[in-house]
Design a protein around this ligand. Structure first.
Ligand code: GUN
Length: 288
C-alpha cells in the first residue's frame, strides 16, 4: 500500500509555526502581517478560493483585506488599485486572484505588483530569482507546497529523477525549477509529450499538474515512486453527486511508495504557503 501523505495534517503544524512567527514579529514591535486580496468578477471557483484564503489568514493572525472589482472593471482601475496597495506600508502582500476577465492583461497586472509584495511569486523579478537560483525571492505557493510535502518523505533529493507533467507558470515550471535547485534530474512534460507514460514511469518523483482527471494511470507509475497530485478536477459521479478528483488514478497506484490525496493533499498546502509568503514579506519589510 502506498503511504498517503496528507497536506492538511502538515498545514496544522506549519500554521502553528506561522502563529509563533507572527507573535515574534509583534513582540519585536512589528506590524500585523497584512494581505490584500483582489478579486475581479464573479468566477464562482475564484470566490471559493478567496474566501478560503481569507479564513485561513485570519486563523493564523494575518490581517486579510479583500478588494472586489466588477467583472467589467478596466485594466486602468485595477492597475490604480495595485499602485495604491504597492504604496501602502501597512500592506505586506498583494494577491490578484486569477483568472482575470478578458479585457485585462494578466501579464501587465502581475508585472505591476511590487516584487517584494508579490506573495504569489508571479512577478518576472521573482520568476527570475527562482530560475537563477539566486534566492531572496517569493516562490509560487503551489509548487512550494509540493516541495514541503516532498521534504516530509525524502531526506536527500540529489540525483533523483523527477518528472513534472504540466508546464504552467503557476505550477509546472516553478516546480521543475525547485526540483532542479535540489539537484534532481528534471524532465518537464505536458499532455502533448510523446511517450508520456514511459517518461512518467522513469520518475522517482512524479509531480502531476495537468488539469486532466485521472490522466496518470497505475502503469505510468514506477513501483516505489513518490507521486504528488496537484490536480483539482470537478467531476460528477455516475449517481449524480459532485466531487473533486485528481490527475492521478490513485486507486491504481498501490505500488507507489507515497501518494498525495485529492482533496486534502496539495490544496491545503497552497494556502498555507500563501500565508508563509505573507509573513516572510512582512518580516522582510521590517528588517533594517
Ligand atoms: N488561480 C488559481 N491558482 C492561483 C494562484 O495560485 N494564485 C492566484 N492569484 N490565482 C490563482
Amino acid at each position: 500500500m502506498a503511504r498517503i501523505l496528507r497536506g492538511d495534517a502538515l498545514t496544522r503544524r506549519l500554521d502553528d509555526d506561522l502563529r509563533a512567527h507572527i507573535a515574534a514579529i509583534a513582540a519585536a514591535g512589528g506590524p500585523t502581517p497584512t494581505l490584500a486580496v483582489v478579486l475581479v468578477g464573479d468566477d464562482p471557483a475564484s470566490h471559493i478560493y478567496v474566501r478560503r484564503k481569507h479564513k485561513a489568514a485570519q486563523a493564523v493572525g494575518i490581517r486579510s483585506i479583500e478588494h472586489r472589482l466588477e467583472a467589467s472593471a478596466s485594466e486602468e482601475v485595477l492597475l490604480a488599485l495595485i499602485d495604491r496597495l504597492n504604496a501602502d506600508p501597512a500592506v505586506h502582500g498583494i494577491l490578484v486572484q486569477l483568472p482575470l476577465p478578458p479585457q485585462i492583461s494578466g501579464d501587465r497586472v502581475l508585472g505591476a505588483i511590487a516584487p517584494h509584495k508579490d506573495v504569489d511569486g508571479f512577478h518576472p523579478v521573482n520568476v527570475g530569482r527562482l530560475s537563477t537560483g539566486s534566492g531572496g525571492g517569493l516562490v509560487p505557493c503551489t509548487p512550494l507546497g509540493c516541495m514541503l510535502l516532498l521534504e516530509e518523505v525524502i531526506a536527500d533529493f540529489t540525483g533523483l529523477k523527477a518528472v513534472v507533467i504540466g508546464k504552467s507558470n503557476i505550477v509546472g515550471k516553478p516546480a521543475a525549477l525547485l526540483l532542479l535547485e535540489r539537484e534532481c534530474t528534471v524532465t518537464v512534460t505536458h499532455i502533448h509529450t510523446r511517450g508520456l507514460p514511459e517518461i512518467a514511469r522513469s520518475a522517482d518523483i512524479l509531480v502531476v499538474a495537468a488539469g486532466s482527471p485521472h490522466l496518470v494511470r497505475g502503469d505510468w507509475v514506477k513501483p516505489g515512486a513518490v507521486v504528488v497530485d496537484v490536480g483539482i478536477n470537478r467531476i460528477v459521479h455516475p449517481d449524480g453527486s459532485k466531487g473533486i478528483t485528481g490527475d492521478v488514478a490513485a486507486h491504481e497506484c498501490d505500488h507507489a511508495a507515497v501518494l498525495t490525496p485529492v482533496p486534502g493533499g496539495v490544496g491545503p498546502m497552497t494556502i498555507t504557503c500563501l500565508l508563509r509568503n505573507t509573513v516572510a514579506a512582512a518580516s522582510a519589510a521590517q528588517a533594517p
